[in-house]
Write a protein that binds this ligand. Structure first.
Ligand SMILES: *[C@@H]1O[C@H](CO)[C@@H](O)[C@H](O)[C@H]1NC(C)=O
Ligand SMILES: *[C@@H]1O[C@H](CO)[C@@H](O)[C@H](O)[C@H]1NC(C)=O
Length: 732
């Protein structure tokens, strides 16, 4: 679900390194004194606390049933808001109005910050590959007022440049301040913006730009070469505007190579606008703000049409779930803006008057791949209070820390274990866990160093894009000392549909509906999920309300399949996810409609459920379970965790030349399969749910290869197509 920069690195090992070296030094200055204190406090505090405080809070009602129109089902609304929230404040009905009003309200506050490049080095690794290492400086800030002026200038510049306001503009770039400026500038002239994830590939890029007849493309300077190569297919384009970089000298090359494009730099357009100011031409709530292209699981990407009203409704709703969000907050922006999750998050920040500092996943921490040794990563310099993350990133943060603790062993490992379990007990709601002074002590002795990896000031994390595992959620709660708001939503619902509340200590659920929408479960009899199920109603998750988008661009058939408008005019989106509502009104996603296969003997197998259980095996980096409905068993493709498997091979004296050869060895296959069996038993899977045969694949699945989404979700259709022969063989 993400664009190039963050994507490539969701996938490289960058994020695996988060915190690893930082962790080396974590316990250096704590001797036995700390341990003694900890033990004394550990014993005394709970006793004192249990005397002072009694009992646990009773279950808080977070969502309540509601009567709605449309198809029959079990519908729930946010308990705090009887009426749907559509705007952050009166009058902010469009992105353009919201932006202008925010910029007036917070005019002197810092708004967008970017780090200056101090030095760029090329480092050659031992195997001869070259890596770019950056030395980045402090954040340079511009105020809301300054950014507003720049957006107005850019908007005027677009007109002067000759952009026809009845045609669309596209942004194809990594996340950066100018992305947001260009975006807002377009809205000042009621220009619809097309966004495309960089990872979708050339065909998708051509398709999206052609389908929406884009005439102006705004992009990174490093995209220019690629565009020139595709120029014969990009027939609707007239203007290309590239973001200025120190080394963006390539503009002129493109002009020469493709005569019919007018190529300008971002700063040139701003200047043009400054000298030729134009009247704004503001949109209304129902106008389409964005056509966001998202990868479908099959075929070409689809353009989701988001209205101005959709995005401001989401922003208004998310505002209500981040505790006391405001001008003091600092947000670290590094996920791709072409992804609705990041777009919504940044819109929330702008609504709240927070400061947004831009970074990238490759420069996030002091030990990130692109950060020059001895210099600071984005988080250390910015010290953000709020951050967004996708589960894949948080999982890797966790793995990195755990691995380091294991490696250190001894006292470090012991201390960490005690601290972790003491806090865990507390967080899970018992007064006998580590609270108060003891919690503080553990923070100082154990967690402070871990927190400093992300700057040390994080007070709330937003997580979305895919389900977060309970273990990781707890781990981040404890080690980062910050609650995680877990969002559930899709591009089609303009991100937010449900959002877990900061004081909800449970795991694995996505919270009640956001106040901008209703969530309804509709029975899916065939799949065995109904709203009369006990103990909880279950069914397909259907979202209705102000944040539900207008449909797919130029694809009425697909729109009619998954969107419905009820008798009151409310839009409902059928997500294809299966969920259930807990008694407190919180939603839990339990399955995915199309990932359920009916086997030959009539049993239903949920591929996602089986994968989630088996991925816990230490040998599994990635796994896809496949079930052919004409058989009564399933099989699996496994990308083994290379280090672990090689470690095992070494110990067991297995000889092999390279990793692909190891993957072919029967012993290796058997070892992995035994491990899967163990996990399957632990998760109480049925016999038919345990892969009868597996194939080990040496190459990792990356978004670039098109086999997983940027959020690292499996793309089943693509995987099935690519490994068709292997799957066929498994069924022979
Ligand atoms: C572009 O779109 C037109 C229809 O609008 C279509 O006929 C043409 O084949 C498309 N070209 C490409 C390269 O996709
Ligand atoms: C904004 O642009 C769209 C599409 O070009 C148009 O249909 C709509 O009427 C415009 N809105 C306003 C308020 O002019």
């Amino acid at each position: 679900m993400m664009s190039e920069s963050a994507e490539s690195n969701l996938n490289t090992n960058t994020m695996k390194n988060v915190g690893i070296s930082d962790y080396l030094s974590i316990f250096k200055d704590n001797g036995t004194y700390g341990v003694t204190c900890a033990v004394i406090v550990a014993i005394v505090t709970p006793i004192l606390l249990s005397l002072v405080l009694q009992g646990r809070k009773k279950l808080k009602q977070r969502g309540v049933p509601v009567q709605v129109g449309g198809e029959a089902g079990f519908a729930v609304r946010n308990a705090r808001f009887p009426k749907l929230v559509e705007v952050p404040w009166e009058g902010a009905t469009t992105m353009a109005a919201l932006f202008e009003q925010s910029c007036k309200r917070y005019s002197q506050q810092n708004f967008l910050g970017t780090r200056k490049v101090i030095a760029k080095d090329l480092v050659t690794s031992s195997d001869g590959r070259k890596f770019e290492k950056l030395h980045l400086g402090e954040y340079q800030w511009e105020t809301y007022r300054q950014i507003f002026d720049r957006a107005c200038n850019f908007a005027s510049g677009l007109l002067k440049l000759g952009h026809d306001v009845d045609t669309r503009a596209a942004i194809f770039s990594e996340t950066r301040a100018e992305w947001l400026i260009a975006f807002q500038a377009c809205f000042r002239q009621n220009i619809t913006v097309v966004t495309i994830y960089a990872s979708l590939g050339d065909d998708a890029l051509i398709h999206s730009l052609n389908e929406t007849q884009v005439t102006t493309l705004i992009c990174d300077s490093k995209q220019l070469k690629k565009l020139a190569a595709l120029s014969s297919s990009l027939t609707t384009l007239r203007n290309i505007i590239y973001f200025d970089d120190e080394d963006s000298s390539s503009g002129s090359t493109v002009t020469q190579e493709s005569g019919n494009w007018q190529v300008s730099s971002f700063s040139e357009v701003e200047k043009l606008g400054r000298n030729n100011p134009a009247q704004p031409n503001l949109p209304i709530k129902k106008d389409i703000a964005v056509i966001m292209y998202t990868s479908g699981s099959t075929g070409l990407p689809k353009g989701v049409m988001m209205t101005h009203g959709n995005i401001v409704a989401t922003a208004a709703a998310v505002m209500t779930v981040i505790p006391s969000i405001g001008r003091k907050d600092v947000y670290l922006a590094y996920l791709p803006l072409a992804h609705v999750f990041e777009l919504a998050a940044e819109t929330v920040m702008l609504t709240a008057g927070a400061a947004i500092g831009y970074g990238s996943a490759l420069t996030l921490t002091d030990t990130s791949n692109k950060i020059k040794k001895g210099t600071k990563g984005d988080a250390s310099v910015l010290k953000p209070t709020l951050m967004a993350a996708v589960p894949a990133i948080l999982d890797r943060v966790r793995d990195g820390v755990v691995k380091k603790v294991e490696e250190k062993g001894g006292i470090v490992k012991k201390l960490f274990k005690i601290a972790y379990s003491r806090r865990l007990v507390a967080i899970e709601g018992s007064w006998f866990g580590a609270w108060g002074v003891e919690a503080l002590l553990w923070d100082i002795v154990v967690f402070k160093k871990i927190r400093s990896i992300l700057g040390g000031e994080i007070r709330f994390m937003l997580c979305g894009g895919a389900p977060l595992s309970g273990d990781t959620q707890r781990f981040i709660n404890i080690c980062m000392g910050a609650p995680i708001g877990q969002g559930y939503g899709l591009t089609e619902t303009c991100a937010g549909a449900a959002f877990s509340e900061w004081d909800d200590i449970s795991v694995g659920r996505v919270g009640p509906p956001l106040p901008s929408c209703y969530i309804k479960l509709v029975s899916w009899e065939e799949g065995g999920y109904t709203i009369s199920d006990k103990p909880m109603p279950r069914g397909e998750v259907v979202v209705g309300g102000a944040s539900v988008t207008a449909g797919y661009f130029s694809n009425d058939a697909k729109t009619a399949e998954v969107y419905k408008v009820d008798e009151k005019g409310m839009h409902w989106f059928y997500t294809g996810d299966i969920g259930r509502f807990h008694p407190d009104g919180c939603l839990e996603i339990i399955d995915r409609k199309k990932d359920i296969v009916k086997l030959q003997h009539g049993e239903y197998i949920s591929l996602g459920k089986v994968e989630a259980a088996l991925v816990s095996s230490k040998y599994v980096e990635n796994i896809m379970v496949y079930a052919d409905p004409y058989h009564n068993f399933c099989v699996a493709l496994v990308v083994p965790a290379r280090q672990t498997l090689e470690g095992w091979a070494k110990e067991s004296g297995i000889k092999y030349n390279d990793f692909p050869e190891l993957c072919e060895k029967a012993e290796a296959k058997n070892e992995v399969q035994q491990s899967l069996l163990k996990e399957a038993k632990a998760a109480k899977l049925d016999k038919f749910e345990i892969p009868a045969k597996i194939k080990l694949l040496p190459d990792p699945w990356t978004p670039e290869s098109g086999l997983v989404t940027a959020a690292l979700k499996l793309k089943r259709e693509q995987l099935k197509a690519k490994f068709k022969d292997e799957l066929d063989k498994l069924y022979k």
